[in-house]
Design a protein around this ligand. Structure first.
Ligand code: ATP
Length: 678
């Protein structure tokens, strides 16, 4: 099993006998390996897998860890091991104990739906003061930030609207704007209650509040959970801690984290959870890992240099267990097309000549938006790729249309669901839909809706809508059939609505959706859990976002990821894009030391993903602009400004790298034909 490949310190951490442990360790030092090893160790030593809960930040890493535990054990002992995100774990608890948490009949709404509710609440009201206009999305952000950081409304407004400024003028403005925001946020909460909606953050609160206040709930879960294994502990936020705290008396905590990789403060992450671990967690210990097994020393030298230049003291100097390798390359480019072509050529060369697979290549960018030219070049050159950090399967418009029909059968008070389902049909606009909805939500149950829907809507749309509603109602116990029947009835209008890219992109998602239906016992479960899952990971059926190649053909693909979605990933060759002034750190963040340091950690995470080859690109135009700006006293605080020369090898024009293999003057052609005519 995996423990055999553990070093002394890792082994000690895996076999920890005490109550609560934090494994504090640098990039690539085996934190994931420790979680995998710990779960396997516990199971091998008699803990039943159902009593172990692994908590991660993405469904992808949860699946990966669970799969690794399973394959590291000789029998299928780990079949029922559970790994999930905080949100989906809470959701599972709520679904498993509907009475205990009192949330049955509630619909989980995703961020898009949250925005719809907020828009309904705002109507035509506008909050505007001194040139600052607060839009519904910003209201959601303030609300979510306040709840995740457990800070009061004024502080949440300060962070989200005023970039954390503390001066008197800002204080006065916050005092004026706050009451208007408060009214709308309270109206939003009321609307959620009326529609029986719970948003993602509510999932955590529902569980946390119950456990904190109810001994019976703690006793019940005490029988259910023995060990919590928590990945990326540096990125837990105060709300997550509020949820975890009551579990301290229920379960053993096994946390792994790296303070130098904390990159989620904009969602309220607080790496004090790492620094204050011993104070907050009685009966706990901290163990440290420092030997890096992922990268060669040259890659670590650059990463160490970056983090060492921080005013924060991370006490991190990673040492490569693998020894020395290639020096990182710093490629200066003049346009994104040049960058895209260089990367595409480099990958193709590796693929055809160096025996590498596409999946040996990982491309990291701060935003997916920046990678659009790269994606276009990949499509053109037929390089298969997937993107991480893009839109989720269940959040795509065509999927949400079909799901909206199921939502209104599951909860006929679901106004967002009704709005989407009714306005899907030609001839029904928002005003008409609003009138129908007020009648529909006055009914006591979905059966009455089923009986009256046709009459309320009237005409051919009324017939179609009522037919779908009744069909779902009758098949509520068989999610797959309900989905098939719904899709069969919506296919034509769907194909029309999305005619631009129906055939090549959207249509093929529906067999996946139906397959997904098989995993759920009820429509309610599909809706509440399905919105939290990324269907890409389910049943091993990949749904490619962006690539023109058909999904089933591709097993081997390049990964294009945002740095934020790249936690835990690693690859032989890594390209870190656009490490330019004004990007690292971002020009937006220059006013805040905390944000500059977070950008530094983002770059650190990116650099430390590479195993053997690290290729960094940067825009020469922005360097020359910054140089000019420097003469007038502007300081970009660019991270690579003082980069010591020996840490990287620099190139000016990337084509030189590919073409430098050729000589500059053409030889005369040598036509010795090699045919022996003797
Ligand atoms: N004891 C070991 N012997 C050999 N290889 C190891 C050992 N421990 C870890 N590795 C390898 O080192 C790499 C990094 O390990 P892992 O992903 O567990 O680190 P991590 O600390 O979670 O990294 P990060 O936080 O940067 O994502 C992996 O390829 C892993 O297989």
């Amino acid at each position: 099993m995996e423990n055999h490949k553990l070093n002394e310190k890792q082994k000690k951490a895996v076999e920890y006998e005490g109550r609560h442990l934090l494994v504090l360790a640098g990039a690539g030092t085996g934190k994931t390996r420790c979680i995998v090893g710990r779960a396997a160790y516990l199971i091998e030593h008699g803990t039943s897998p159902e009593k172990i809960q692994i908590l991660t930040f993405t469904k992808r890493s949860a699946n990966e860890i669970v799969e690794r535990v399973k394959s590291s054990l000789s029998t299928n002992q780990a079949q029922s091991l559970n790994g999930s995100t905080f949100h989906s774990w809470c959701n599972q608890l709520i679904v498993r104990y509907p009475n205990l948490f009192g949330a049955s009949g509630y619909t989980v709404i995703d961020p898009d739906d949250q925005l719809s509710v907020m828009k309904m609440v705002c109507g035509d009201q506008i909050i505007e003061y001194k040139g600052i206009r607060i839009k519904p999305q910003q209201l959601i952000d303030i609300y979510s930030y306040g709840r995740n950081t457990r800070q009061n409304l004024s502080n949440a407004i300060r962070e989200q609207v005023y970039k954390g400024k503390m001066d008197d003028e800002t204080n006065d403005e916050i005092d004026i704007i706050r009451p208007k925001i408060e009214v709308l946020l309270k109206a939003y909460q009321t609307k959620k209650g009326e529609g029986r909606y719970i948003d993602y953050d509510d999932l955590l609160l529902v569980v946390a509040n119950r456990l904190r206040n109810d001994k019976e709930a703690r006793d019940i879960l005490n029988k259910q959970i023995e060990h919590l294994l928590i990945d990326e502990f540096q990125d837990t936020n105060p709300l997550q801690w509020y949820l975890l705290e009551p579990f301290l008396e229920i379960a053993h905590f096994y946390c792994v984290g790296d303070d130098a990789q904390s990159i989620y403060s904009f969602r309220g992450a607080d790496f004090k959870n790492v620094h204050l671990f011993k104070e907050r967690v009685p009966d706990s210990e901290i163990m440290i890992l420092d030997k890096n097994y992922r990268s060669t020393q040259e890659i670590l030298d650059m990463s160490n240099w970056l983090i060492d230049a921080s005013p924060l003291d991370y006490k991190k100097q990673l040492v490569a267990a693998r020894g020395s390798g290639r020096i990182p390359k710093l490629i200066n480019i003049t346009s994104q097309w040049e960058e895209a072509n260089f990367i595409a050529e480099h990958i193709l060369e590796n693929f055809t000549e160096n025996n590498k697979q596409f999946s040996d290549h990982l491309i990291l960018s701060k935003s997916t938006y920046y990678t659009k030219p790269l994606q276009a070049v990949f499509i053109q050159k037929k390089i298969p790729y997937v993107t991480y950090g893009g839109r989720k399967f269940m959040e795509a418009a065509h999927i949400k249309d079909v799901i909206s029909a199921l939502r209104v059968v599951n909860n006929h008070l679901d106004e967002i669901g009704w709005m989407r389902f009714l306005t899907f049909w030609d001839g029904i606009g928002e005003v008409k839909a609003g009138k129908y909805i007020s009648k529909l939500i006055a009914y006591e149950d979905p059966l009455q809706c089923a009986q009256n829907l046709g009459d309320i809507v009237g005409g051919s749309e009324g017939e179609a809508i009522s037919d779908i509603y009744n069909t779902i109602f009758l098949n509520a116990g068989n999610v797959k059939v309900a989905l098939q029947e719904t899709y069969a009835r919506m296919e034509l209008p769907l194909a029309f609505k999305y005619r631009k890219d129906w055939e090549e992109k959207r249509k093929s998602d529906f067999p996946v959706l139906e397959m997904l239906g098989d995993n759920y016992a009820s429509i309610g479960q599909l809706i509440s859990e399905g919105v939290l899952e990324n269907a890409k990971q389910l049943n091993g059926a990949p749904v490619l976002e962006g690539s023109a190649m058909s999904d089933s053909e591709i097993k081997d693909h390049v990964i294009i990821s945002t740095v934020h979605s790249a936690k835990g990933l690693e690859a032989d060759v890594c390209y870190v894009l656009n490490v330019s002034p004004k990007v690292y750190p971002s020009a937006w963040n220059l006013g805040s030391d905390d944000k500059i340091e977070e950008d530094r950690r983002v770059l650190y995470v990116a650099l430390t993903r590479a195993k053997n080859e690290l290729i960094i690109t940067r825009d020469t135009n922005s360097i020359s602009t910054v140089n000019k700006a420097k003469t007038v006293g502007f300081n970009s605080q660019y991270f690579l400004e003082e980069l010591p020369e020996h840490l990287t090898e620099q190139f000016i024009n990337p084509y030189n790298i590919i073409r430098s293999k050729d000589i500059s003057k053409p030889n005369a052609i040598d036509l010795s034909f090699g045919m022996d005519f003797s």
